[in-house]
Design a protein around this ligand. Sequence first.
Ligand code: ADP
Length: 258
Amino acid sequence: MNEVSLKKALSSLNIGGLRYFDSIGSTNDEALAWAASGAADFSLVIADEQTRGRGRLNRKWFTPPGSALAASLILRPNPAIHARPSRVVGLAALALAETCRTFNLNPRIKWPNDILVNGKKIAGILVETVWSGAEIDSLVIGMGINIYKASVPPADLLQFPASSLEDEINTLPPREEILRRVFENFVHWRAKIGADEFISAWENLLAFRGEQVQIHSAAETISGKLLGLDLDGSLRLLGENRQPAVIHFGDVSLRPSA
Ligand code: ADP
């Protein structure tokens, strides 16, 4: 993978710009700086290796060289996204899940930001915002996808089982081709982000739907049956006392109940 092969693979998409790195600290950090200095909509930062890849709460995201995809997309919000910016994590999740489907896999979205295949984490999303006063200037959508087996972190680093596309399917196309599929799906769903169909497509892919789950945050743990999504992408649960509960985005982690 290099800048030339990426530009060729992505040539049918209307990308705003591309910065490719053999190795970088974090593609999201580079994209945040580029967004703040005026990057065009749909500019991409792509790296072969991240040495300081980040998950939420500054947890580490593992991206060893030659094995994974690390890409950050800069989105300049249109009115539909300004109206519902919290749907953007769902946009990335749908794009990644539908890409897995093109390999005949049966992906699930572990709300809010992880893609599971056969119950194992195969990709993760980190959305960060560049503010201009109280307005959103741009959104940076980081995506890490485990392609080859070497991208899967050692088990002792994991709080949740992980896998790679290579572990789940027989023949893999080049990484550039996988990325092209991700961004094509992204463009498809971006056009529908304001529609009810968007929420139902996202909801239909949720992991643990109808099952008992626990939502952990620094302050508390909430248990309940996972029902679905609100219009802004918040998670709807039915609590133990049969009271409905709505979980908003934030630094919460979802786990199936033991
Ligand atoms: P959560 O599972 O709580 O939603 P995050 O979405 O913040 O966690 O993801 C960060 C976590 O993902 C890390 O703490 C680590 O356990 C795990 N992780 C890091 N790199 C990878 C990877 N390449 N594949 C799968 N899981 C990873």
